[in-house]
Write a protein that binds this ligand. Structure first.
Ligand code: HEM
Length: 319
């Protein structure tokens, strides 16, 4: 995590270096830039900067391709308008693999490990694509929602800002610093409760089970709602309210599962939580943010994301 932590902060500052004080920015897009730079840096050992612009549209189309739609019910339905975008993302991944085969780097990034494991290009591409999508779109949504929640709750914004600004600007955040940011931690947990980027999960039953008076036969796909579970009035007081301090107490087992659970729990759950903390701490230490008046709705895309986005005014803190 130490190497990743450096990247989380450097990549955040890199993306924010284009910000100008007093301007308005849409945070879903801004957080996506940061999440993409981080993911490719940490997992593929590469710099995504030259591709941020050229692959932007293709990545959004690839996300639209896997978003819920009629194809879930009619999987054979022809789907037009996505192939060129997917081919462009594939082109990037295959060239990354080719380049690494011919120019190995000393490192234990995922791409180098997959090549060393002897996988063929096609399989490596599959792994990279999964990681690229699962590892950046979720963090993008979490960061954008967290800024939205903070914008709506000035008290919490002030507390988090005070926490992170207590660390002098010239000191990079350490893992211990991040651990000490209790309010930030609660804010992120509460954001994940109200707006879980992955709002539903699924499992196959390996035997028949009884649940709430229903019998579910063996070998059925069961879909469960993370969103509804985390807002269930039987388990959560004032379930629709943003109340980060509720995380002073540990939630009851299986009432809170933004990263799923059991053997198939999100492989990136630690990475994602430290990343979100480091990105927000880096941002809020240097910038004041203010939510602009707007209507934000929940959109069920590849992840649950704020639509049309989260517009904020940013002001750089005088040094
Ligand atoms: C806020 C960020 C994230 C959220 C909310 C999230 C959520 C989830 C959820 C709910 C699952 C399904 C788990 C289950 O079925 O029990 C999952 C699986 C997965 N996630 Fe994440 N995730 C996040 C970040 C990441 C990151 C950063 C990576 C990669 C570095 C990642 C990679 C994966 C992969 C590969 C799986 C499939 C794991 C498997 O089937 O074994 N996720 N994630």
């Amino acid at each position: 995590m130490q190497g990743f932590l450096t990247s989380f902060q450097l990549r955040t500052r890199q993306a924010l270096s284009t910000w100008q004080t007093g301007n308005h920015y849409e945070m879903l897009a801004e957080m996506r830039k940061i999440a993409l730079l981080i993911l490719v840096d940490c997992l593929f050992g590469a710099d995504f900067t030259p591709y941020l612009q050229s692959l932007w549209h293709s990545i959004l189309r690839t996300l639209a391709y896997i978003s819920p739609g009629l194809w879930l019910i009619f999987p054979d339905l022809p789907r037009f308008g996505y192939q060129a975008a997917i081919a462009k993302v594939d082109g990037y991944l295959f060239s990354l693999i080719q380049h690494r085969r011919t120019h190995p780097i000393a490192g234990d990034d995922l791409l180098s490990l997959l090549i060393a494991a002897g996988l063929d290009d096609r399989l490596i591409r599959d792994q990279l694509l999964t990681m690229l999508i699962a590892g950046h779109d979720t963090s993008t949504a979490l960061l954008a929602w967290a800024l939205y929640c903070l914008g709506k709750s000035p008290d919490h914004l002030e507390k988090v800002a005070a926490e992170v600004r207590a660390v002098p600007l010239e000191n990079p955040f350490s893992l211990d610093d991040l651990k000490s940011f209790t309010t930030l931690e609660w804010v992120l947990q509460e954001t994940l409760r109200l707006y879980p980027p992955i709002h539903a999960g699924n499992r196959l039953t390996n035997r028949a089970i009884s649940f709430n008076g229903f019998t579910i036969p063996a070998h059925q796909r069961v879909i469960y709602s993370i969103y509804l579970t985390q807002r269930h009035p039987d388990f959560w007081q004032s379930p629709n309210q943003f109340m980060p301090e509720r995380f002073l107490q540990r939630p009851a087992a299986w009432t809170y599962l933004p990263f799923g659970g059991g053997e198939r729990i999100c492989i990136g759950y630690l990475f994602a939580q430290i990343e979100a903390k480091a990105v927000l701490a880096t941002l809020l230490r240097e910038w004041q943010v203010q939510l602009l008046p707007q209507r934000v709705s929940l959109h069920m895309g590849a992840t649950l994301e704020p639509r049309p986005g989260v517009r904020m005014k940013v002001t750089q803190i005088a040094r």
